[in-house]
Design a protein around this ligand. Structure first.
Ligand code: ADP
Ligand code: 5GP
Length: 200
């Protein structure tokens, strides 16, 4: 069988839904899934490491990356810039690996334009009350940034319609099971396996 490209998976959802937590658990159980590390202008939170959670850059450096075309997509989210380094994604896909992007909705819609064959997954918390508890429980936001994130969630939920799948993050391992099932299903889709006909 001829080698084929990997599949691009995009995970978005409101801040505090548990995207970071789920992605970490998912890549532990699926080490073959390549998680893209984004570039951001925001300051590191306690415990966040350069090159692991993000590449932390100044506004000037970020703008340089935009101008040189080094970002696959980028967006301004909660007063900071976030973007996906292009080269990592393109090289991994070409080499046949699946790639996972954990990015905001604006970025996901840009990726959808360029990669309509990508798989777009929306992660939501079980309820608004649980979302509030998770953002506050993380203990990383000021009152103002908590309000910004919590208020944005209602509008963001409406964007679920633009995605292919929705996963409720009630229990982390259960959410990972569902995403893993989506990955398996996408690998079995007829459209992605037409090569089988000619191979036969
Ligand atoms: P996001 O990346 O979507 O902003 P995080 O992964 O930072 O969200 O999760 C927000 C908070 O909620 C963290 O404190 C995390 O430990 C917690 N959390 C994530 N998923 C769950 C879950 N299924 N049940 C309970 N708490 C969770
Ligand atoms: P946080 O500051 O909580 O880590 O992330 C804030 C938001 O930025 C989240 O919705 C997260 O998904 C999004 N984000 C992280 N990396 C990227 C990226 O590379 N591009 C875009 N468009 N959004 C990102």
């Amino acid at each position: 069988m001829s080698p084929r490209e990997g599949i691009l998976f995009v995970l978005s959802g409101p801040s505090g839904a548990g995207k970071g937590t789920v992605c970490k658990a998912l890549t532990q159980r699926m080490p073959e899934l390549c998680l893209s590390v984004s570039v951001t202008t925001r300051s590191p939170r306690p415990g966040e490491q350069e090159g692991v959670h993000y590449f932390f850059r100044s506004h000037q450096e970020f703008e340089g990356m935009i101008q040189r075309g080094e970002l696959l997509e980028w967006a301004r989210v909660f007063n900071n810039y976030y973007g996906t380094p292009r080269r990592f994604v393109e090289e991994k896909l070409q080499a046949g690996y699946d790639v996972l992007l954990e990015i905001d909705i604006q970025g996901a819609m840009q990726v959808k334009q360029r990669f309509p064959e990508g798989v777009f997954i929306f992660l939501i918390p079980p309820s608004a009350t649980e979302l509030q508890a998770r953002i506050l429980g993380r203990g990383t936001e000021t009152d103002e940034s908590f309000r910004q994130r919590f208020n944005a969630a209602r509008t963001e939920l409406q964007m679920m319609r633009e995605y292919d799948y929705v996963v409720v993050n009630d229990v982390v391992e259960a959410a990972c099971d569902r995403i893993q099932a989506i990955v398996t299903a996408e690998h079995c889709s007829v459209q992605r396996n037409l090569q089988l006909l000619s191979d036969w």
